[in-house]
Design a protein around this ligand. Structure first.
Ligand SMILES: *Cc1c(COP(=O)(O)O)cnc(C)c1O
Length: 340
């Protein structure tokens, strides 16, 4: 089967840039949701911890349990069953409805909706949430928000930042009145961190930049990062395609002269999104994906034993009219990972 190589050197390079921007390693929470954006939850968790990162962000408690030994502090973004409790876990409160469902003595980060209108409590519900949680002996260890377009040129980013600033003041006031400790504040994803010149929050939640990408990096003159993942495929078979013969479903690629064609063991079933006659892609070494991608394989104009399918997903994201995030997270979690 195909294989994903993870370049430790590139991951550490990105973490150097990120922790410098954030001010210290302690101010970086590495986002490992969705199998670390397809890179492998355990693999990236272990490497980030080896680098010295202490905080992580995941989607569920099950994911948090898998990486608990690597981190001191884990923020869980979207758990609904609240079944296990650990002092390293900090569960996001996405709606006031969940106040009664959170385990007593658990650590909670209150998510505030500052304008994305996806999840999070309304700024006007802040006092009610803090009172409700503290009444149940739940520790409010964080208050956070999420930007709807930190990687886009618009005023949204500054607007939400201003809303969150006033939330922080309000939280401090309420906590002082109730003699509660001041929680940690965090609002930045990768793009927001790099757009902030005076980062002063407790930590940033850094996903895509960890893996070597940020959308619109040129527009904002963000630092160059290095993609961590590359996808490799093995040759299954080789033949000579005679002039006029075609390859694959629908016979959509026809040889204009005799040529060598090989079949490689990666396809859309592995999460390498399907390419067809309208979507063309060339590998880093210059081999062309010929015709349509099959479920478990694709054809290239080479007979190399192993081929690097990609070592940077920006080109594929363009081909598929999507973002780098979708290309890497879609990869099948069963693809073997090797750290190099
Ligand atoms: C996914 C996610 C992040 C990370 O965003 P990147 O753009 O990948 O850095 C941060 N915060 C929340 C709430 C998220 O869901």
């Amino acid at each position: 089967m195909a294989k994903i190589l993870l370049r430790k050197e590139n991951l550490f390079y990105n973490l150097d840039i990120i922790s410098k921007k954030a001010g210290s390693i302690e101010k970086v929470a590495v986002v490992l949701k969705d199998n670390a954006y397809g890179h492998g939850l355990i693999e990236i968790g272990k490497l980030a911890s080896e680098y010295g990162i202490k905080k992580a962000v995941v989607r569920t408690i099950d994911d948090a349990l898998k990486i608990e030994k690597f981190f001191d502090y884990i923020v869980i973004l979207a758990e609904k069953s609240f079944h296990t409790y650990s002092h390293t876990f900090h569960i996001a409160l996405n709606t006031c409805e969940d106040i009664e469902r959170l385990p007593i003595n658990s650590n909670v980060h209150i998510k505030i909706d500052t304008g994305m209108h996806r999840s999070g409590i309304k700024p006007s519900e802040l006092e009610k949430a803090i009172l409700g949680l503290s009444k149940r002996n739940i520790h409010i260890t964080g208050v956070f928000t999420h930007h709807k377009g930190a990687d886009e040129l618009s005023t949204n980013f500054f607007w939400q930042k201003a809303v969150f600033s006033s939330i922080k003041e309000n939280v401090k006031k309420i906590c002082e009145q109730l003699s509660l400790p001041i929680p940690a504040f965090h609002s930045c994803n990768s793009a927001a961190l790099f757009r902030t010149s005076d980062f002063d929050e407790d930590f940033a939640r850094v996903g895509i930049a960890t893996y070597g990408y940020i959308d619109n990096a040129d527009v904002f003159k963000f630092p160059k990062l290095k993609p961590v993942m590359s996808l490799w495929a093995n040759r299954i078979s080789t033949r000579t395609l005679k002039k006029g013969q075609s390859v694959g479903y629908g016979g959509k690629f026809s040889a204009t002269e005799d040529m060598i064609v090989s079949n490689y063991d990666v396809g859309y079933g592995d999460g390498f999104l399907r390419l067809n006659e309208r979507k063309t892609y060339t590998t880093p070494k210059g081999y062309k994906v010929l015709g349509r991608v099959s479920m478990d394989n694709l054809s290239l104009n080479t007979d190399d034993e192993k081929v690097c399918i990609f070592d940077d997903v920006n080109a594929l994201a363009k081909v598929h009219d999507t973002i780098t995030y979708e290309i890497t997270t879609t990869l099948n979690p069963n693809i073997e990972k090797e750290i190099v």
